[in-house]
Design a binder for this molecule. Structure first.
Ligand code: KG4
Ligand code: ZN
Length: 336
């Protein structure tokens, strides 16, 4: 079975071809960062237009790189939600039209399920069951993954997602969008001893997260300084440490609570090097094995959608030509 995956939920046009026997054949992502950077965040209407302009070209690139004939493709998977309504509609409409033209099945995929399964594209792939820490611009989740489609949410953010908090503090410090990678870079110049930020919700039981208070703490601290370059770097350092440490503490707790020793990291914040080095402490203290998708599959990409599509299409497709997307789509409503 050979599946074309299409991801257009936010500001990346991602496409990939996954083959059940051969694995990933090709993948490409067109990032809209330069389109949105002047506005300091994603502008939904511009995102939809950019997907419309670029999607066909990215699909062509992937098919050419894979050196396959389009008629050998057996199905199309597209991100059906959650995400930006217009952006999702571009991918869904394109997938349905192509599926109709090529007379092959299509299936709508949950974006977070794609992120959850992304590490399964790597060698060695994690085996079920495992815990996944899903940290992206829109979500912060700790999930117990029993098998494809059987997920138990152990904890989630009550307010801002970890990536969103990185982006907002990045903006506060005058960094370009997206703030996460830029803030991580600035933190390298920070003085570790200057500020200590709180680790929210770690001094009480449970696995939920909250980052909005930490954001306010960073804002107040920033306003109490001269806002020099060094002040900014010191705040970036303290902020990153607080987020990373909070994620670390909750992962450690989730491992203890479930008794599982496989931890899979997913989502854009999973690209954060400080988080990765901190989590290695779990491998020595708790004997946990940690799995990461390669960096380009931490952030939004077509490969994770193609792979999730392969798993889901084995179970059945969506036979209708109606185009439905779900901008809000709680993960625990997914079926096995
Ligand atoms: O998974 P993703 O590509 O898109 C969503 O589905 O949201 O995640 C994007 C998020 C952004 O908030 C971005 O700032 C953050 O991931 N991010 C990072 C890093 N790279 C990306 N945050 C911290 N450190 C990084 N190195
Ligand atoms: Zn994502």
């Amino acid at each position: 079975m050979r599946i074309l995956g299409i991801e257009t939920s936010c500001d990346d046009t991602g496409v990939a071809l996954f083959d059940a026997q051969l694995g990933l054949l090709a993948h490409a992502t067109y990032s809209q960062t330069t389109t949105h950077a002047p506005y300091g965040g994603v502008v939904p209407e511009l995102a939809s237009r950019d997907h419309t302009h670029k999607l066909l070209a990215v699909i062509n690139t992937v098919i050419q790189e894979a050196e396959i004939a389009p008629r050998t493709i057996d199905g199309i998977a597209y991100t059906a939600g959650p995400g930006l309504n217009g952006a999702l509609l571009v991918g869904a409409a394109f997938a349905k039209a192509l599926g109709y033209a090529w007379n092959i099945p299509t299936i709508g995929i949950h974006h977070m399920e794609g992120h959850l399964l992304a590490a399964m594209l790597e060698e060695p792939a994690p085996t079920f069951p495992f815990i996944s820490l899903l940290v992206s611009g829109g979500h912060t989740l700790l999930v117990e993954v029993f098998t494809i489609g059987k997920y138990k949410i152990l904890g989630e953010s009550l307010d801002d997602a970890a990536g969103e908090a990185f982006d907002k503090i990045g903006k506060l410090l005058g960094l370009p969008y997206p703030g996460g990678p830029a803030l991580a870079k600035l933190a390298e110049e920070g003085d570790p001893k200057r500020f200590h930020f709180p680790r929210p919700l770690t001094n009480r039981a449970g696995l939920d997260f909250s980052f909005s208070g930490l954001k306010t703490f960073a804002l107040n601290t920033f306003q109490g300084t001269n806002q020099s370059e060094q002040d900014k770097a010191d705040i970036a350092y303290a902020f990153q440490e607080a987020v990373v440490d909070t994620l670390f503490i909750k992962c450690k707790r989730a491992i203890k609570a479930t008794g599982l020793n496989r931890l899979v990291i997913a989502g854009g914040v999973g690209a954060n090097q400080r988080l990765r080095s901190k989590l290695t402490e779990l491998t020595t203290s708790a004997g946990t094995v940690i799995y990461y998708p390669r960096l380009e599959f931490c952030t939004d990409n077509g490969a994770m959608i193609a792979y999730a599509g392969y798993q889901r299409l084995k179970l059945g497709s969506d036979p209708t030509l109606e185009i439905h997307v779900h901008p809000r789509w709680p993960m625990d409503t997914l079926k096995k």
